[in-house]
Design a protein around this ligand. Sequence first.
Ligand code: NDP
Length: 253
Amino acid sequence: MSELLIFNILLITVFTSAILIFIILFFIPAPYGRHMRKGWGITLKAKFGWFLMEFPSLAIVVILFFTGNKKMNPVAIIFLIFWTVHYFHRTMVYPFMMKGGNKKFPVLVLSFALIFNFINGYLNGRYLFYFSQPYPSDWLFDPRFITGAILFISGMFINIQSDYILLKLRKEGEKDYKIPYTGFFRFVSSPNYFGEIVEWIGWAILTWSFAGLAFALFTTANLMPRAYSNHKWYKSKFNSYPEERKALIPFIY
Ligand code: NDP
């Protein structure tokens, strides 16, 4: 079986599983964070779980860049920078800023996420740095690259700002949940997810690739049902929860 055939099978698998998880997660929220519950097997420390889970996404794409055939291509280098900035923060910074004491994370969720991150890192890195036709330098002035880059950067800003607003709500060791009021929380309950989705839609546009599109769809399928569950959870936990706030998309949903 050729590598390209394996690549295409994995790509179709990601598209198909996006549809499946979108449906499943509306009924069964992934059991971590506020939706953590008993009966999901062994757990490990959340900080360590996040690091372990996200590290392959960083490492695989960097390895695929250096073993690929586009090391001198300026556009490929820009793609690598975008990806690495996101995943360096997610792997090396974010987990170590988490509070919540000795909060746990189920190994089962970690395993599913690891499998996805391996496949997704492979698909994006291998396509961009090996299978694709070299992107010409003037791709950086193409409206698709410019639009995608604006979405990617603004999505990352909203995502990181929102995550830090949440992390600052707790003092070290505190486990309780509070209502966030600042930043994009004025509009939605899960602006960090909104930012993440916008970011990867931007990535799909700026790379103009099926691998990028598969990632954007999977992220949406994963985070949209969770945003819905989070919104329901906030409303049931806090009587004073702002009425006008939507779940994920400002003014719409
Ligand atoms: P959450 O918003 O559920 O939690 C983020 C952090 O803030 C956690 O440490 C959480 O603690 C804490 N927190 C959340 N709400 C409150 C509150 N009301 N009061 C106090 N602390 C709070 O995000 P996730 O953990 O689901 O995701 C973390 C990051 O990973 C996000 O940026 C998300 O976009 C990204 N992500 C990306 C995915 C993808 O498919 N690309 C998939 C999943 C996540 P606790 O753990 O105790 O709940």
